[in-house]
Design a protein. Structure first.
Length: 59
């Protein structure tokens, strides 16, 4: 499975394959991956805000 397809499934952009088996542990793993991906995106936004937007505001 490609990385972009997996990320799209984590963010509910794309539906998952109905033929793929889904176990309880797979649900846990996808949930943790979803949380970590969202936290990463929030951290990137904070870094961009601190490095690009705050210096412009302080001038």
């Amino acid at each position: 499975m490609g990385i972009w397809k997996q990320i799209a499934e984590y963010l509910y952009i794309k539906k998952r394959d109905p033929k793929e088996p889904r176990t309880q542990w797979m649900k846990y793993m996808h949930g943790m991956n979803r949380i970590s991906l969202i936290m990463f995106l929030i951290a990137v936004l904070i870094i961009i805000f601190k490095l690009l937007i705050l210096p412009l505001i302080r001038k």
